[in-house]
Design a protein around this ligand. Structure first.
Ligand code: NDP
Length: 447
């Protein structure tokens, strides 16, 4: 970063939040892109737009007390980072995972703000959740926790204020409990959560949206930038949760072959392609480890360490598990094995050094902020359907999702090209989103 104003802002954030590693990583990545355009926008410094966009509007943190099945009182931490309402009501998922910190929610909320701007729907950015670990909990404990969490969070939500969805550890079951309890204590049926079951106002294809959107985005990149497609490509996908499973489903539909998938304990490799129905049965229905795949299929290899999956020879790698899962060493393995593209389904799954290495070797890199926007897009469609008192068909949603993902690709590709940074989609996404947010901020005065 060369520009003095940007450097000063970054140094100030480093001093203010010295322990917030992920948050600093996510803002540094965006500021580096801004370096190229900052001279053309003196108004950014004049109105201190950069600092104002980086700093979250509000952070709520609270205690969640609940009773487990043995009648022991448990205490967890709850968070909601309402990062930006410049474009619309705060919108972004809830994550339940023991690893979460304030820094992780701040980075997720910041990235969500940029991502939502790409959709061209009027949605601001937020993110939240808890250090509650759903693993090994009974259904009753999950419900009790969700209700205790919502007792506090409900004070900060509303269809024109903040509309959460799911993320790691929060799927349709948790959204159902959260939504049900929100209605109970507010006496309102307003659309204050997305990702609901279709019977209670959810959208068709919401569950599939992030993964399907990722595959559409990857296809658009390959078509335009490599003159090829997913057809007959070998693909490896990390994770076997919501994003990973439906990315795999659409990759298969588009003619690709998914040869490896993982979970937090290991990965399976199957050179002829994994059987997705078995993975769904193990991970979605039984909520067990991916290792159990071996009990159903021969000719499959299981390796204990999920990170080793990046050593598999593949054409395309889709990190769809968690932040910083793909580091420099793993990227080097991909490069050594001739991988042509990395498409991010997870948020910030590739480290800064990993991204730099991909670019250095001319590997097509599709950043998560754009490539995984399908989920929030269909959340936006859910809000629209609820407001219209209407239900759209799967076909309609699928077509709209594909069109919007292609439009996002086109917008960021063209942006990068206009600034003589063709092929750098990371630059394109940061500049496209930031410029829109900056304009929205200046329009609304100093508030
Ligand atoms: P899920 O909880 O459904 O799935 C996460 C998966 O990742 C699980 O299979 C988990 O394994 C696995 N996992 C966790 N850590 C590792 C690791 N180190 N290596 C390999 N696998 C690992 O979450 P989602 O699919 O919803 O979210 C995944 C990512 O996508 C997150 O970064 C999220 O922020 C992002 N995202 C999600 C959206 C959505 O709509 N859900 C929208 C946009 C982005 P196990 O089953 O063993 O726990």
């Amino acid at each position: 970063m060369k520009n003095k104003y940007l450097t000063n802002v970054y140094e100030a954030f480093k001093e203010r939040y010295p322990n917030e590693e992920e948050y600093l990583q996510s803002i540094h990545e965006v500021l580096t892109s801004l370096d190229v355009i900052i001279h053309d926008h003196p108004e950014y410094e004049q109105f201190n737009v950069v600092e104002r966009i980086l700093e979250p509007e509000r952070i709520i943190s609270f205690k969640v007390t609940w009773l487990d099945d043995k009648n022991h009182v448990q205490v967890n931490r709850g968070y909601r980072v309402q990062h930006s309402s410049l474009i619309g009501a705060y919108k972004g998922g809830l994550r339940f995972h023991p690893s979460v910190t304030r820094s992780i929610f701040k980075f997720l909320a910041f990235e969500q703000t940029l991502k939502n701007t790409l959709t061209n729907l009027h949605m601001g950015g937020g993110k939240g959740g808890s250090d509650f670990d759903p693993k090994g909990k009974s259904d009753g404990e999950i419900m009790t926790f969700c209700q205790a969490f919502m007792r506090e969070l409900s004070q900060h939500l509303g269809e024109d204020v903040d509309v959460p969805a799911g993320d790691i550890g929060v799927g349709q079951r948790e959204i159902g409990y959260l939504h049900g309890y929100y209605k109970k204590i507010t006496n309102q049926v307003a659309s204050t959560m997305t990702g609901k079951h279709t019977l209670i106002g959810g959208s068709l294809l919401r569950k599939e949206a992030t993964g399907y959107g990722l595959a559409y985005f990857v296809e658009a990149c390959l078509n335009k930038m490599k003159d090829t497609s997913l057809k007959d490509k070998k693909v490896i996908i990390s994770g076997s949760g919501n994003v990973a499973i439906y990315a795999a489903e659409k990759v298969l539909e588009l003619g690709g072959r998914v040869i490896a998938m993982s979970d937090h304990s290991g990965y399976i490799y199957c050179k002829d392609g994994v059987n997705l129905e078995t993975i769904k049965a193990i991970k979605e229905v039984k909520r067990e480890g991916i290792k159990r795949y071996l009990e159903h299929h021969e000719n499959t290899k299981y390796t204990e360490d999920p990170k080793k999956m990046w050593e598999v020879e593949t054409d395309i790698a889709l990190p769809c598990a968690t932040q910083n899962e793909l580091d420099e060493t793993s990227v080097q393995h991909l490069i050594d094995h001739g991988t042509m593209m990395v498409g991010e389904g997870a948020n910030m799954p590739t480290t800064d050094k990993g991204i730099a290495l991909l670019k250095e070797h001319n590997i097509l890199y599709a950043p998560g902020k754009a490539a995984n926007a399908g989920g929030v897009l269909v959340s936006g469609f859910e809000i629209a359907q609820n407001a219209q008192f209407n239900t759209w068909s799967s076909q309609t949603i699928n077509d709209k999702l594909r069109d919007r993902m292609e439009a996002i690709f086109k917008n960021i590709y063209e942006t990068a090209k206009q600034h003589n940074q063709a092929n750098d989609l990371q630059f394109g996404v940061n500049i496209y989103s930031f410029k829109r947010l900056a304009k929205a901020m200046i329009e609304q005065g100093v508030v």
